[in-house]
Design a protein around this ligand. Structure first.
Ligand code: CA
Ligand code: CA
Length: 387
């Protein structure tokens, strides 16, 4: 394990916390890596030129030669528009000036870089959404070693009615980058000591705390808040990070305390999630042996069309990834069609050294090394793990 990782309870063990070094630590996110994304600018080696309809072939050829165009590309949608790729060391501003002065050119302009990105302050750090090859914590990434989230956003950016339960250490539900995307129990009034909606839980506004048995699933450890931000941080709000989806409803369910939690409380959390309409739950925890009761609970959740996402595990006590096919890790190993077991990859599309794996038992890999996300006390930190 590389020592610079903030290797917090990305898997909090159900029955025991493996050792002290899995405890959470906070670290400030650096601002420096933001600059390339925030600055915009234009491509250093190409310009766009539109010829007048009257321009003939020899005039166009002359124009291309004037700016040392190495190649050109036309567009069906706008006639006479060309992208001219400049030879090395050609000045874009000089090329634009020279082209603009030609009488048969309608206009010439820099090839401005646009961001499919969001305006969130730390967008450039969230390589899982868009990896442009930027350096993350000192490791240069491989462009497009990401989840193609920006491409997905062109189809949809999320569903404000989709309830995703984060079954974890709780969530800082008033975090500035999460508050707008929290689920709120529509039938419950906060703090009146009454089970207003009659679901069996008093003052369960944002979810429930099955660890402390009260209606406030506030995160005390930070892990659940980090996971929640990756899923659905408030996006395009100019602060903090972007979430994989811009809109959803995060239901906060706390069942892990400082020393972990119990299977029974995990079952209670899943029970609540399904009962209150969460169709997806994120379960970034593991440990313990096979539990028929938990298996039965996840199978019942499946009957309610509930998808149970589970971390594949962080390699056990030595932090070196294990093969889940030969040594099962639960709950990710429960052989049920609604369980999605997730390994961790890095910004170069390599599996993380700490990540469990398994050709049969692990379903997908997703970025899990040096993940920038929300943290308790209105914070943001780096975290690594299969969570
Ligand atoms: Ca209630
Ligand atoms: Ca944000």
């Amino acid at each position: 394990m590389r020592s610079r990782f903030i290797f917090v309870g990305l898997v909090s063990f159900v029955f025991l916390l493996m050792s002290g070094h899995l405890r959470a630590q906070a670290e400030e996110l650096p601002n420096v890596a933001l600059v390339p994304h925030a600055s915009g600018g234009y491509a250093p080696d190409s310009v766009l030129v539109k010829f007048k309809p009257s321009a003939n072939a020899s005039q166009k050829a002359r124009a291309r030669g004037l700016v040392n165009a190495a190649s050109r590309r036309g567009y069906g949608i706008v006639k006479n528009l060309e992208k001219l790729k400049l030879k090395p060391n050609q000045s874009v501003s000089r090329a634009v000036n020279r082209l603009s002065r030609l009488p048969f050119v309608e206009y010439a302009e820099p090839d401005y870089l646009v961001q499919a990105a969001t305006n969130d302050q730390y967008y450039g750090l969230v390589y899982a959404i868009e990896n442009t090859g930027q350096s993350i914590n000192g490791t240069t990434g491989v462009a497009d070693a990401d989840m193609d989230v920006v491409e997905a956003w062109s189809i949809q950016t999320g569903d404000p009615n989709l309830i995703i339960a984060v079954i974890d250490e709780g969530v800082q539900w008033d975090h500035p980058d999460l508050a707008n995307n929290m689920w709120r129990n529509p039938g419950e009034f906060a703090g009146n000591g009454i089970d207003d909606d009659g679901n069996g839980f008093v003052d369960d506004v944002y979810g429930y705390d099955f660890y402390s048995n009260d209606g406030d699933p506030m995160d005390e450890g930070g892990h659940g808040t980090h996971v929640a931000g990756t899923i659905c941080a408030d996006t395009n709000n100019s602060i903090g990070i972007a979430g994989v989806v811009h809109q959803c409803k995060i239901m906060a369910l706390r069942f892990l305390g400082p020393q972990g939690g119990s299977t029974s409380d995990g079952i209670a959390s899943l029970d609540y999630a399904v009962q209150m309409g969460a169709t997806i739950s994120n379960n970034s925890w593991g440990g313990g042996g096979f539990s028929q009761a938990l298996y039965d609970s996840i199978a019942a959740a499946r009957d309610a069309d509930h998808i149970f996402l589970a971390a594949a595990g962080n390699g056990g006590s030595d932090g070196i990834g294990d093969n889940n096919d030969s040594g099962p890790h639960y709950p990710s190993n429960y052989n049920l069609p609604n369980v999605v077991s997730v390994a961790a990859t890095d910004n170069r599309d390599q599996i993380a050294g700490f990540s469990n794996y398994g050709a049969v038992s692990v379903d997908i890999g997703a970025p899990g090394v040096d993940i920038a996300s929300t943290y308790i006390n209105d914070g943001y930190i780096w975290n690594s793990g299969t969570s």
